[in-house]
Design a binder for this molecule. Structure first.
Ligand SMILES: [Zn+2]
Length: 410
């Protein structure tokens, strides 16, 4: 993490809302978290580093970056209520000339620390559990090292930072009160056609299917957004960002790959896992990530910039929800009389499934390497049946998922 931060200069972290938080709904609406001054501090270590600790009423998404002229550390929180307290109560240290906090962009609050000299963010973290807190450590660096990490550009744009929407607060977990929002992600596109056979490309087929599925979801009262709506290359990271910007409840990545070996047929639901369920799944996931690298998108830093501990925390809640959707999809697809792979639910390390806060699944509708599957994928009646099964699965899942939230809140 330390090295990553020295390279990357900014971090952001996402946490799902802690369910059943011990305070009233009115507070929840006003701010996601409150600063606990008694557990907050700013201290200088004997070797001149600055340790900042912000005690929270519950974990929240945040990001941190450096600006120049004057040198500043900016932390943005979604959302932290400072309770009108004086920032001076945090403590006073020589390397921090001034400290302020208050409202930021809509949905964000902000802490700004004016630095006495060039520093860099050495480490960040977020503690969860009984005493949640955000921690950050600043270390003195040479002016050139600071300059290399500064994100400010003329006009205040932050070079290298994603758009605000990308780090928007995760949507509150759906409770059935508002229409479900589903991000449909047609795999591949542009320079990356995906699997190809008999003049068909996976990229084209999946875009066509995603459009049809969007229509079917719309008729069922489910709002669907596409991560791409034309034949263009979209990085895996941008696909996840599109889902987050749409405040999607679910991300469903649509594929129909070719397998070099074996006679694979039928649909397969893929869940995210660090260990692939078999070698074929591992190769499939690798191939999808490689397309991103070939198109000039460096995903290498992606995991580095997101606090791992928070990712794990968020996934601890998100992953069982994705598991539930996988079960619902399997039941609905088989229930509609459609063919599934002999191992209908599998796991692999697909990068596009790594959103910590959005249950994400990858659906291989069939295999382009199978003539029977190709015929099915090209058949409008089969596609309508498959779309209907996916709609039914999402609806059935949403009901159970919302009921779980209500149960947890009691
Ligand atoms: Zn694919």
């Amino acid at each position: 993490m330390t090295g990553a931060l020295q390279r990357m200069f900014w971090v952001f972290a996402l946490a799902v809302l802690a369910l059943g938080a011990p305070f009233a709904a009115a507070d929840e609406l006003r701010a996601l978290s409150r600063l606990d001054l008694a557990r907050s501090s700013m201290v200088e270590t004997p070797d001149g580093k600055v340790n900042l600790t912000l005690g929270l009423s519950q974990p929240i998404p945040y990001r941190a970056y450096l600006l120049d002229a004057p040198p500043r550390l900016v932390m943005e929180f979604s959302e932290l209520d400072f309770g009108g307290r004086d920032p001076g109560l945090l403590g006073r240290v020589e390397p921090i000339r001034a400290l302020s906090w208050g409202e930021g962009e809509p949905g964000w609050t902000r802490l700004v620390a004016e630095l006495a000299g060039p520093m860099s963010i050495e480490q960040t973290g977020e503690r969860t559990g009984a005493a949640p807190a955000i921690t950050l450590r600043l270390v003195r660096v040479a002016a050139a090292d600071f300059a290399a990490q500064v994100t400010a550009a003329p006009g205040g744009a932050r070079a290298g930072l994603p758009d605000a929407a990308i780090v928007a607060a995760p949507r509150r977990r759906q409770t059935g009160g508002t229409p479900l929002v589903v991000a449909l992600d047609p795999g591949h596109g542009g320079v990356d056609p995906g699997a190809e056979a008999e003049g068909l490309t996976e990229a084209q087929l999946m875009l066509g299917f995603a459009r049809e599925l969007k229509e079917a979801l719309g008729r069922a009262g489910v709002r669907a957004v596409l991560t791409r709506d034309e034949d263009v290359f979209v990085s895996l990271e941008a696909r996840m960002s599109a889902a987050r910007a749409a405040r999607a409840d679910v991300l469903l990545s649509l594929h129909a790959d070719a397998l070099a070996e074996g006679e694979a047929v039928g649909a397969t639901v893929y869940l995210l896992a660090s260990e692939a369920s078999d070698a074929a799944s591992a190769r499939l996931a690798e191939r999808h990530d490689r397309a991103d690298l070939l198109a000039g998108v460096d995903l290498a830093g992606h995991d580095d910039v997101v606090a791992e501990v928070l990712m794990d925390l968020a996934r601890a809640e998100t992953q069982p929800r994705a598991d539930g959707l996988a079960v619902a999809l399997q039941a609905a697809i088989l229930g509609a009389g459609l063919k599934m792979h002999k191992k209908p639910v599998q796991a692999a390390a697909f990068s596009v499934l790594k959103s910590p806060d959005i249950p994400s699944l990858l659906l291989e509708l069939g295999f382009m390497s199978s003539p029977a599957d190709r015929a099915r994928l090209s058949d409008p009646v089969w596609r309508a049946t498959m779309a209907g099964a996916i709609v039914a699965a999402l609806q059935a899942w949403a009901v159970v998922d919302a009921a779980e939230v209500r149960y947890l809140r009691q």
